[in-house]
Design a protein around this ligand. Structure first.
Ligand code: GRF
Length: 189
């Protein structure tokens, strides 16, 4: 399975997938990492794994559709079969969805459908839930929606800050993202 990964941040989920492949637990190959921010840690991680990176600066594209067209072109040039949104902080459009229909997954730091959007961790704390978690789902046009592939639950502790809770959620993210890719691989074959 040839993967294309999209990241806007630290890339720890990207790294979890790369390690899972390197250790023989996941039968896949990461063809390329697309990122939209210079200097992020994800780039360094990709270099360490010998994975090519492509920088697509969203400010160079007047519309979301034009950015997505560049993403699709990049992935197609690398023979990508499935797309993993691993902390990609831009809303995507039909252009990307049509090019990789039912072959795009996203990881989100809550038990969806609770707390969609970019403040999932803060919202879980504000709601005083005792359990939150993370979700990998197939991507649809609606943000943080689409069929769920894998979830993991994480306890919220009394003294949690956004940082401590996010760190605990990320441990589970790194486990379920490779699992979800495995499930996706079976679904499309
Ligand atoms: C993760 O918490 C993911 O759920 C969210 O963005 C974060 C990305 O973290 N969509 P990283 O860049 O993989 O470390």
């Amino acid at each position: 399975l040839i993967l294309g990964i999209m990241a806007s941040g630290s890339g720890s989920n990207f790294e979890a997938v790369a390690r899972s492949i390197a250790s023989g637990n996941l039968n896949a190959k990461i063809a390329v990492l697309i990122h939209n921010k210079p200097g992020i840690k994800a780039i360094e991680r990709a270099q360490q794994h010998g994975i090519p990176t492509v920088f697509l600066d969203h400010r160079n594209y007047p519309t979301r559709e034009e950015l997505d067209r560049a993403i699709v072109d990049t992935f197609q040039a690398h023979q990508v079969e499935c797309v993993v949104m691993a902390g990609w902080m831009r809303v995507i459009t039909q252009i990307l969805i049509d090019a990789f229909f039912d072959r795009i997954i996203n990881i989100h730091p809550s038990l969806l459908p609770s707390f969609p959007g970019i403040h999932a961790i803060e919202q879980a704390l504000a709601a005083k839930v005792k359990i939150t978690g993370c979700t990998v789902h197939l991507v649809s046009l609606e943000v943080d929606a689409g069929p769920i592939l894998v979830q993991a639950a994480v306890p919220v502790l009394a003294n949690d800050t956004a940082e401590t809770l996010h760190a605990r959620v990320q441990i589970q993210e790194h486990l379920i993202l490779p699992q979800a890719i495995e499930i996706l691989a079976h679904q499309i074959n």
